[in-house]
Design a protein around this ligand. Structure first.
Ligand code: HPA
Length: 273
């Protein structure tokens, strides 16, 4: 895999003069943040050696290089999910390539269901910790020490300083936001009421089908991580659960996307100053 990562990164360096230090992964319905990228240069996943290709509606499938508030970024518009059939190694390959390009901070977003009675649809939840229930792991298999250590620590998987900053930004600007625990499941079906109840009881605040593999790889690679769930549906207490379609998820996430873009931009402004 090491050689493939280098080849992929080499290809991208030959296509763009941008040298991103921040990587951004945009979740379902959250592609709007790419409109904030200036001097942008877009490269289709199809062109990039060894990149997987996205299959889900609402995910475009391209890398966007450019600047947000003066910071060089590379954004994935369109991410990969385990339920699409990729291996964990395939779906996290772009994170490896970002690292090879010089990315030090990974910002990840997703759509998620709330299993916390205080977290409403449309709210942001800054991920402070996760529970991996995907029953697979991108680090499974022989470890390449050039990419990271065999047993990466996960104590501060989500950068505490960035969490504090994000909370301050949200509070100062009247944005409804929480800190919470994200639990990752395989999907693609949503959860049964009994499963939502279970997620609540094990200490989760939001449920989704992504993010954790990318975060594990980013931490393995020594990157800092900031991750946000945009809550698309409230699924706790279970007596209040409504049927949820993918269209419902995209619609609700679209409404909150502006808040997400605002917080990310402010974070980059402060980090850059
Ligand atoms: N469960 C899992 N993934 C999700 C949900 C949910 O309720 N909402 C958006 N993504």
């Amino acid at each position: 895999m090491y050689e493939q990562i280098q080849e992929s990164a080499e290809f991208l360096r030959s296509k763009t003069s941008h040298q991103p230090t921040v990587g951004i992964i945009l979740g379902s319905g959250l592609g709007g943040l790419v409109n904030e990228i200036e001097q942008s240069q877009t490269i289709d996943y199809r062109e990039i050696p060894y990149f997987p290709i996205s299959t889900v509606q609402g995910h475009a499938g391209k890398l966007v290089f450019g600047k947000i508030v003066g910071v060089s970024v590379v954004a994935m518009a369109g991410r990969f999910h385990y339920y699409e059939g990729y291996t964990m190694q395939q779906l996290t390959f772009p994170v490896r390539v970002m690292k090879a390009l010089g990315v030090e901070l990974l910002i990840v977003s997703n759509a998620a269901g709330s299993v916390n009675g205080d977290i409403e649809a449309g709210d942001l939840m800054f991920i402070r910790d996760h529970i991996n229930l995907q029953a697979d792991n991108p680090l499974r298999g022989p470890n390449d020490e050039r990419l990271g250590v065999r047993f990466p620590d996960m104590l501060h998987a989500y950068d505490p300083a960035l969490l504090n900053l994000a909370s301050d930004i949200a509070q100062a600007n009247g944005i409804r936001a929480h800190r919470g625990v994200y639990v990752a499941l395989q999907g693609p079906n949503l959860e049964t009421p009994a499963e939502y109840e279970f997620m609540h009881r094990i200490g989760a605040d939001a449920v989704g089908m992504s993010t954790v593999p990318e975060v594990i790889v980013a931490r393995h690679a020594g990157m800092r991580v900031f991750a946000v769930s945009v809550v698309s549906n409230k699924s706790y207490p279970i007596s209040t659960i409504k049927e949820t379609s993918h269209e419902d998820v995209l619609e609700m996430v679209g409404k909150a996307a502006e808040n997400l873009a605002f917080v990310v931009k402010e974070l980059l402004v402060i980090r850059n100053s």
